[in-house]
Design a protein around this ligand. Structure first.
Ligand code: SAM
Length: 276
C-alpha cells in the first residue's frame, strides 16, 4: 500500500511519483470521498474510492487488506498533506503492516514542515504537537507538560479556535518566547509573521483576516534555564555517582521538588563534563 501526500492548498504541490501511483491505483483510500474526488478530478484520476475515517478505520482496514490480498494496488491519501500527521491513517497502516503487506511512503506536502522551512527559527530541534486539546483544563495540562521541552513547539489550529489557543500559549508559556503564525500556506492569502509571543493575541485581534484560514503555530524554544540551587546540585551529584541519569534525576526531583526535566538536563551536562 502506498501512503501518498497530497497538496495542502496549492494543487501544483504534488510529486510526479504521487501522480503516477494514484493513476495506477485500483483503489484509493481517502478520508472523505467527495473531497478526494474534487482533488483527483483535477488530475483526471478515476480510481475507485474507499472512505477510511476515524469511525470506520478498523473495518476499512480489513477491506483494504482483502484488496491487497487479491493483488489490487491500493493507495492511501488524506484530505490534505501527509496521511497520519494529525490525520487518520495510523491504524490502517498498522493493520496492513501486521497483515504482512508492504507500506511505502510517498513524501510530499506537510503543513508543519512547510511552516518550519520558511520560519527562520534557528533551533534545530522541534517538537510536533499538532492540535492541543479543546477543553481549557486539558489544554492547560498539555501546555504545562510541553513548557520545559527544549525545542520549537509546533501546533496546528483551525480558525474557530485560533484566538483561544494563542491566548493560552501567551498566558502559559514564557513571555521571552517568539511565535511564528503561518496562515494559509501555499494559498492565495498565505501569511507568515514572527512576533513576541506576548504580542500575538493583539496581532490576531487587530484584523479579521488575521484569524481566517488554517494555521500552523511555531513557538520558539524556552529561554535557557537558570542554574540549580546548591542543595539540588549537591543531591543530584551524589545520586549521579551511584545511579543512571534518569533515576538520579527522578529521585532528586522527589527529594528537592525541582522539575525532573531540569534535573535530567543538568545531569546530562554533569555526565558530559565528567572525566571518562
Ligand atoms: N496531514 C496534514 C499535514 O500533513 O500537514 C494536516 C492535517 S490536519 C487535519 C489540518 C491542519 O493542518 C489544519 O487545521 C492546519 O492547522 C494545518 N494545515 C493544513 N493545511 C494548512 C495550510 N495550507 N496552511 C496552514 N496550516 C495548514
Amino acid at each position: 500500500m502506498s501512503i501518498v501526500a497530497t497538496p495542502i492548498g496549492n494543487l501544483g504541490d504534488i510529486t510526479l511519483r504521487a501522480l503516477d501511483t494514484l493513476r495506477q491505483a485500483d483503489v484509493i483510500a481517502c478520508e472523505d470521498t467527495r473531497h478526494a474526488r474534487r482533488l483527483l478530478d483535477h488530475y483526471d484520476i478515476r480510481a475507485q474510492l474507499l472512505a477510511v475515517h476515524e469511525h470506520n478505520e478498523q473495518a476499512a482496514a480489513a477491506k483494504l487488506i482483502a484488496l491487497l490480498a487479491a493483488g489490487k494496488r491500493v493507495a492511501l491519501i488524506s484530505d490534505a498533506g501527509t496521511p497520519g500527521i494529525s490525520d487518520p491513517g495510523a491504524r490502517t497502516v498498522a493493520a496492513v503492516r501486521q497483515a504482512g503487506f508492504r507500506v511505502t511512503p510517498l513524501p510530499g506536502p506537510n503543513a508543519a514542515t512547510a511552516a518550519l522551512s520558511a520560519a527562520g527559527l534557528d533551533d534545530p530541534a522541534f517538537h510536533f504537537v499538532g492540535f492541543l486539546p479543546a477543553k481549557v483544563g486539558a489544554r492547560r495540562t498539555a501546555l504545562e507538560g510541553l513548557k520545559s521541552i527544549d525545542a520549537t513547539l509546533v501546533f496546528y489550529e483551525a480558525p474557530h479556535r485560533i484566538e483561544e489557543t494563542v491566548t493560552a500559549l501567551a498566558e502559559l508559556l514564557e513571555a521571552e518566547r517568539e511565535i511564528v503564525i503561518a496562515r494559509e500556506l501555499t494559498k492565495l492569502f498565505e501569511e507568515i509573521v514572527r512576533l513576541p509571543l506576548a504580542e500575538a493575541p493583539a496581532w490576531l485581534a487587530a484584523d479579521d483576516n488575521h484569524r481566517r484560514g488554517e494555521f500552523v503555530l511555531l513557538v520558539s524554544a524556552p529561554p535557557p534555564r537558570e542554574g540549580l540551587d546548591a542543595e539540588s546540585e549537591r543531591v543530584l551529584k551524589l545520586l549521579l555517582a551511584e545511579l543512571p541519569v534518569k533515576q538520579a534525576a527522578k529521585l532528586t526531583s522527589e527529594i528537592t521538588g525541582v522539575a525532573k526535566n531540569d534535573l535530567y538536563q543538568r545531569a546530562l551536562e554533569i555526565k558530559d563534563n565528567s572525566p571518562p
